[in-house]
Design a protein around this ligand. Structure first.
Ligand SMILES: [Zn+2]
Length: 71
């Protein structure tokens, strides 16, 4: 699935090309590789992305069904 976020460097659309985990002393860190249309390439922990970009990544994850108060 294609995910496009804003480039953290220049703000143009950037495509997530890879997601992977790096093992750190604190445990696995979720990382992303992205390349923007201006030619920037980044590999960085996903939690360093801007919050709205993180939201877009989270949106790809299956969302557990929330108990609804409406019956
Ligand atoms: Zn860029």
């Amino acid at each position: 699935m294609l995910t496009v976020i804003s480039c953290p460097e220049c703000g143009v659309p950037a495509e997530i090309t890879d997601r992977f985990s790096l093992t750190s002393t604190d445990g696995p860190v979720d990382c992303v590789a992205l390349s923007c249309v201006a030619g920037h390439h980044f590999r960085m922990p996903s939690d360093l992305l801007p919050m709205d970009s993180q939201d877009q990544l989270q949106a790809r994850e299956p969302v557990p069904a929330r108990p609804s108060s409406a019956r």
